[in-house]
Design a protein around this ligand. Structure first.
Ligand SMILES: Nc1ncnc2c1ncn2[C@@H]1O[C@H](COP(=O)(O)OP(=O)(O)OP(=O)(O)O)[C@@H](O)[C@H]1O
Length: 228
């Protein structure tokens, strides 16, 4: 599904260049799970941005389902993001003035889905994350774990191929973290998603079937015998 070859991402400010990614070769098969960890400043977020088509590499290729994300036009990149990729963030990133239902529906608007169909699919997505009863609530009326469930419903309502998560449990207590991870595991299996998650949480990293460590812009991958 993903094939990264020789990916470099350099940030230049004045005379100084930071090599945030420094020659990354990585394959992420369709339907697989990859956890990314590493020290602060190691390049985790930069790598996720490349996978999400949120930024382009300085050199090298990032291929997703036959699209070279570094080279396709901005319009096609926006289309690929809207159709193929769901994002979940540490800070949930919900729109505070919208209800849970409306937040989920926003993911379908760019895909030209009609109003009634948007409402039906958003309600089903909220149901699938256990929040069918809370669709009219605004983010401020929901707990952190519930807000993350809404964000997950929003990411998955468009039926993407890929789910990218940046510290999805970073703002949650341990019990809620475990609930959210179980939910993500179930949804990943059910939808056959390619799931890539950045985490600082060593307990989650230890359980990962496939773990990429990124340090000074270079990636090493370890495969676990023990799938979780
Ligand atoms: N827009 C930018 N301009 C300049 N330098 C940047 C930019 N974004 C990231 N960097 C630098 O690139 C390197 C990698 O950053 P990145 O955010 O990918 O690390 P990270 O592993 O996600 O760190 P953290 O765990 O702290 O979130 C760092 O040295 C960072 O300062």
């Amino acid at each position: 599904m993903y094939r990264l070859s020789g990916v470099q991402k350099h940030y230049t400010k004045g005379k100084k260049t930071v090599r945030a990614l420094d020659g990354v070769d990585l394959e992420i098969p369709e339907g697989s799970r990859l956890v990314i960890q590493g020290p602060t400043g190691g390049g985790k977020s930069t790598l996720l941005q490349m996978l999400g088509g949120l930024d382009r590499p300085t050199s090298g290729t990032v291929e997703l389902a036959g699209h070279d994300l570094g080279r396709i036009s901005e319009a096609r990149l926006t289309g690929v993001r809207a159709e193929l990729i769901g994002f979940v963030f540490q800070s949930f990133n919900l729109i505070p003035t919208l209800s849970a239902q409306e937040n989920v529906e926003t993911a379908l608007a760019p895909l030209g889905v009609g109003k009634a169909e948007r409402a039906r699919r958003a309600a089903a997505a909220l149901e699938s994350v256990g929040l069918g009863e809370r669709s009219g609530h605004s983010p401020a009326e929901l707990s952190g774990g519930q807000q993350q469930r809404v964000a997950i419903a929003r990411a998955l309502v468009k039926e993407p191929k890929v789910l990218l998560a940046d510290e999805p449990t970073g703002n949650l207590d341990e019990e809620t973290r475990d609930d959210i991870m179980l939910l993500l595991d179930d949804l990943q299996r059910e939808h056959g998603l390619t799931f890539v998650m950045v985490t600082h949480d060593t307990a989650l990293a230890a359980k990962a079937p496939r773990l990429a460590t990124i340090r000074s812009g270079k990636v090493t991958v370890r495969e676990s015998q023990r799938a979780s």
